[in-house]
Design a protein around this ligand. Sequence first.
Ligand SMILES: Nc1ncnc2c1ncn2[C@@H]1O[C@H](COP(=O)(O)OP(=O)(O)OP(=O)(O)O)[C@@H](O)[C@H]1O
Length: 249
Amino acid sequence: MVEPVLEISDLVKNFGALRATDGVTLDLRPGEIHALIGPNGAGKSTLIHQICGTLRQDSGTIRFAGQDIGGLGVAGRARLGLGRTFQVSSLAPEFSALRNVMLAVQAREGTSFRFFKPVMRDGSLIDTAMAMLERVGLTARARIPAAELSHGERRQLEIAMALALRSKAFLLDEPMAGMGPEGSKSLTRFLDALRQEAPILLVEHDMDAVFALADRISVLVYGRIIATGTVEEIRRDPAVRTAYLGDHV
Ligand SMILES: Nc1ncnc2c1ncn2[C@@H]1O[C@H](COP(=O)(O)OP(=O)(O)OP(=O)(O)O)[C@@H](O)[C@H]1O
């Protein structure tokens, strides 16, 4: 079998008396979109935060690109190629789309964030960043401050930044949230192509997008994975229908 890019084993996270992650085991394989679905409060965001390092697990292991990343912080994991976009955006809102991507390119190359001026004069950095913006369809918006971009455009910008970091896996937390039907459709097409770049762990409530994109789906309920399978397997699973899908199938 092909080696997974990301391997989570028996992960546990408690918030006081609440077990938000209850023995989660899942993996992400090269080239796939693995969707993580489940009701509100099931623990999806908590899991993503433990993978990217903003929360530490109480027990269990997370292996990424062949190594145990449990001891690394957010920056160390990002340097290894863990690319993420969040429900709450991590963009610098006052900077242009182009400058945000340039900072990501710079971070990949290990240059300090402080030297903005020389960076803006570096033609090759601009070219690299513009190429990323072109990939996500934001060329015409390159000089617009991130704060003035639409919600959908900000999501595309975050993906351009993840591309700039040469991510080996993408963690996407509800990328469709707040998008209109057109935005969702075009983001779905984009994510479909993005999986060739790196596999995607996709947390998403939009079931049209999940069913269109996912190679595998895991269903999280009360911090536990109750089923993992293909779209058809998950649609048919009686426990999943009872716990979550109901009318969605
Ligand atoms: N920092 C925290 N302290 C205490 N409880 C928390 C904390 N973060 C999350 N929780 C609780 O952990 C559980 C899982 O929350 P989480 O946000 O991970 O769920 P989710 O599946 O992402 O939900 P949604 O689909 O609404 O985003 C919830 O009961 C939530 O109230």
